[in-house]
Ligand binder design. Structure first.
Ligand code: NAD
Length: 350
């Protein structure tokens, strides 16, 4: 297959490149290292691009901006893709506030540029769009929770498995990032439903793995591991540190994409996170990482939660598992953390 991966130097994109290259496919990656523009030197993804060039055999990188409509169209005219994995984004909830136009141009306009190029030039291809659970805004916070010693959890038994795809996406507080992703998410669905393109939309929980260039504003586990290993300090924002996230390894994300690509259901939407098994609160994550690194994390607490932040978010994975019974979570939270600590110790530049 000829496969296009956007955001190919990022966490999810780089995992996709390696995975599909290993299988002998021709993979073209598009990434202009914009993560550095968003987050400064710590967000620079050059290390990952260099690593990919060494680790792959047929991978080809293009320093292209997904906002460049003509450039994207030219790439699609040049190569007829069988699969498009769209992961390029401005990924931070908090950052978007300061760069609202840039955030929208990358997340929403960049996505329609790719969808339209697909429709014009590769209409038979499968198009995977990496969306986010922030499309639900703060609606998940309406679910009653109970306070436990180290975390919040859902109070009602019917909520035990977490948030499913029926959670509403409007009339909630999203953040600017969440709203630009809603635009992209709905447009991607539309290209599936209206035009019949083989589009799949995946609403990520906390996606993680050693390929993350973790920064304070994005990639909490990766950043927390970095802080633990390098001795910097960490700030926990609100909810007594008991807010819960479900964490999925980038490998399990790509395996889900692969299952969808083999048997696409046009216009479908899936929640994709680590599920209850891989859920952790901030307080629990700090403890676990201290245990694994042997270092004390210096952390401070501020009472004010991040605007629109989820109190307890666990992805209900049942819809995807029903549609694709061959898929399951293969990497536990423990193994994810161990791999991240090893990667951080060996290291890549800070
Ligand atoms: N990491 C998470 O916890 C998480 C959670 C939910 C959803 N997501 C979504 O998953 C996708 C991938 O996230 P990630 O964690 O791999 O992010 P990442 O920042 O590691 O990777 C994104 C890559 O896209 C590139 N990029 C950004 N703007 C670009 C542009 N205009 N043109 C070309 N390349 C550009 C960046 O340089 C970066 O390498 C994003 O859509 C993100 O919103 C991530």
């Amino acid at each position: 297959m000829r496969i296009l991966v956007t955001g190919s130097s990022g966490l999810i994109g780089s995992e996709a490149v390696e995975h599909f290259d290993r299988q002998g496919h021709q993979v073209v990656g598009v990434d202009n290292n914009m993560r550095r523009v968003f987050f400064g030197a710590a967000g620079d993804t050059t290390w990952n691009l260099q690593r990919l060039k060494k680790a792959t055999s047929r991978f080809e990188h293009r320093e292209l901006d997904i906002r460049n409509r003509e450039g994207i169209a030219a790439l699609f005219k040049e190569i007829r893709f069988d699969l498009i994995v769209h992961c390029a984004a401005q990924p931070s909830h908090d950052k978007a506030r300061d760069i609202a136009l840039l955030d929208f141009d990358v997340n929403a306009v960049g996505t329609i540029n790719l969808l339209e190029a697909t429709r014009q030039h590769s209409p038979e291809s499968v198009f995977i769009f990496m969306s986010t659970n922030k499309v639900y805004g703060d609606a998940p916070n309406e679910i009653p929770v109970k306070e436990l010693p180290t975390r919040y959890d859902y109070a009602r038994p019917e909520d035990h498995e977490g948030i499913d795809e029926n959670c509403r996406i409007d009339r909630t507080l999203h953040s600017i990032f969440g709203a630009s992703k809603v635009a992209a998410d709905v447009m991607a669905q539309e290209y599936g439903r209206y035009f019949g393109l083989k589009v799949g939309v995946f609403r990520g929980g906390c996606l993680t793995g050693p390929g993350h260039s973790g920064v304070e504003l994005h990639g909490f586990l990766s950043y927390l591991v970095k802080v633990a290993v390098t001795g910097q300090s960490y700030t926990v924002f609100g909810y007594k540190g008991k807010q819960v996230r479900d964490n999925i390894h980038s490998h399990d994300v790509i395996r889900a994409f692969e299952e969808f690509a083999n048997n696409p259901r046009p216009g479908e939407v899936y929640n994709l996170g680590g599920g209850r098994e891989n859920s952790v609160s901030m307080l629990e994550a700090i403890d676990l990482i201290q245990e694994k690194t042997g270092n004390r994390i210096q952390w401070a607490y501020t009472d004010e939660a991040r605007k629109g932040d989820h109190i307890c978010y666990i992805s209900d994975l049942r819809k995807f598992q029903n549609h694709y019974p061959g898929w399951r979570i293969t990497r536990s939270l423990n193994s994810i953390l161990e791999e991240m600590v090893d990667a951080q110790k060996q290291h890549k530049p800070a």
